[in-house]
Design a protein around this ligand. Structure first.
Ligand code: PGA
Length: 225
């Protein structure tokens, strides 16, 4: 199976920068899945990209000021939703129960879920406990179209990545809990992608910072595809 590249824009890009990004990446649009700010989802859908929302709420509609719903995202033409990113867990205090409800609502709407897990620096030696809890509670009662993205918190935006051996061990642990495609995210860039790409148990990569730099993204895609 060909590996996938998912690009998480987080809360970056002004309106003009977003339009320029579309111009600059249009020729690669079939080679990656883009997770833009929710404001820009329709622009990427209209331009023909595979689009993933960075977050949704757990219900299709209702009095939830400021939230966006799985139904809205699906009706717009998005195919994917990312749930459980560590920034949502840590900064916005999302717990495993809420994450589980979100995943269920997304799957009910026919969205594919990119479910993020990963341990913080203090839990590095304990990664099994953390990942076991995140998967057993977050995916409780769920059997659907899911990717798991392993993103150790200490690797996100830090320039540091796990060793190949550690990644292989953790991917195999994740697969022993859930036999679904596993992605890796955390400081993926044009320099480390060749080594990361050698890990045959990985089904792709989730790229943050480097995905905003079009030249970096082009280099990453050249290695993966
Ligand atoms: P990074 O972000 O590539 O900047 O480390 C990855 C992510 O948080 O999805």
């Amino acid at each position: 199976m060909e590996k996938i590249v998912v690009v998480n824009h987080k809360m970056h890009l002004s309106y003009d920068e977003m339009l320029k990004y579309i111009d600059d990446t249009r020729d690669m649009k079939d080679d990656f899945i883009v997770c833009p700010s929710s404001l820009y989802l329709p622009y990427f859908v209209k331009a023909g990209y595979a689009v993933c929302a960075q977050n949704v709420y757990a219900y299709n509609n209702g009095a939830y000021t400021g939230e966006i719903s799985p139904l809205q995202v699906k009706s717009l033409g998005c195919d994917y939703v990312m749930i459980g990113h560590s920034e949502r867990r840590d900064i916005f205090s999302e717990d495993d129960g809420l994450i589980n409800e979100k995943v269920k609502c997304c799957l009910d709407n026919g969205l594919k879920v990119i479910f993020c897990v990963g341990e913080s620096l203090k839990d590095m030696d304990n990664y099994k406990d953390v990942i076991f809890k995140q998967i057993s509670l977050g995916l409780d009662g769920i059997d659907g179209d899911i990717y798991i993205s392993y993103e150790p918190v200490w690797a996100i935006g830090s320039g540091i990545t796990p060793t190949k051996e550690r990644l292989e061990e953790i991917v195999s642990y994740i697969k022993s809990l859930r036999d679904v495609p596993v992605l890796y995210g955390g400081s993926v860039n044009s320099h480390n992608i060749a080594l990361l790409n050698e890990i045959s148990s990985l089904s792709g990569f989730l790229v943050g910072t480097s995905g905003l730099d079009v030249l970096e993204l082009r280099r990453i895609i050249e290695v993966v595809k």
